[in-house]
Design a protein around this ligand. Sequence first.
Ligand code: TRP
Length: 342
Amino acid sequence: MKKRILTGDRPTGQLHLGHYVGSLKNRVELQNKHEQFVMIADAQALTDNYDHPEKVRSNIMEVLLDYLAIGIDPSKSTIFIQSQVPQLFELTFYLLNMVTYNRLKHNPTVKAEMQQKGMEDTVTAGFMIYPVSQAADITLFSAELVPVGADQAPILEQTNEIVRRFNSVYHTDVLKEAQPLFSDCPRLVGPDGKAKMSKSLGNAITFSASFKEIEETVKKMYTDPEHLRVQDPGKIEGNVVFMYLDAFDPDKIRVQELKEHYQRGGLGDMTIKRHLMQVLEELIGPIRERRHQFKQQTSMVVDVLHEGTLNAKKEGARKLDEIKEAMKISYRLQNLTPFFSV
Ligand code: TRP
């Protein structure tokens, strides 16, 4: 059965391998079986970059190029810009009534981000409520499946709470609950051994990374600090190179052999690193090349976004009518006449 999918990314920088294993790879497969909407979440990006609109604007194109290069196909997926679908913001305003202020303050994703960005005392109302706006993104498109990274789980939970509350308050089933779809590798550790790959941690491998950049990053990767001589047995646990091979080497049998060899001793760090460089180049090389080609075809790329956004607006307007109907606020002028004519 064909399902509706909605997902998206904040355009605050190029996407990277963390996004790839967390969700992008899934999307490329899902678009063949389902009806997929992919949203460039510029308005959400502004909630913590409102003073740098130019940063958000310029990254819309970067994210779009990443989407096209990794294989999100505009003939199968609708790619659109969030801020250009006004119904999203109208719905957000209604959904805000479905959640307490106290509940919003305790969303673990928002709390973690506030801490990470040092916002504890200066957090804006706009940032605090972005999970409600995300609930609008998901429900306006009646999404049943939402492929996202693991950090988004609390937001999906909150979305479904809002859906249940809305449907019960208005005695309707117009909003649909959505299921997050996590990949089998939901969080990619940073090449430097930090908790995750992330642009803000400065450890991201992007889709335009050159082979040289890949080499440099892999060379510095954290392995087993006690594996000093090639002939020594090495540890796999916590060894970033093997975590990356698990995530990216399509040949699982070969990875298993390398692991056994490493644990026995006799396999040097540089040998596994060279192998990983090759594996990453095989993945990124063709994406880098396609990205470069799309970059030369600006008007075609802009058309894709324009058409996708028109399509999303049409869908948004249709659904918002249904929602307002369910809320009994879709006044038509003739219905109001009795109130005016005494
Ligand atoms: N919060 C998501 C992120 O930071 C981006 C996003 C905005 C999103 N709206 C969405 C993801 C709706 C899924 C569905 O990655």
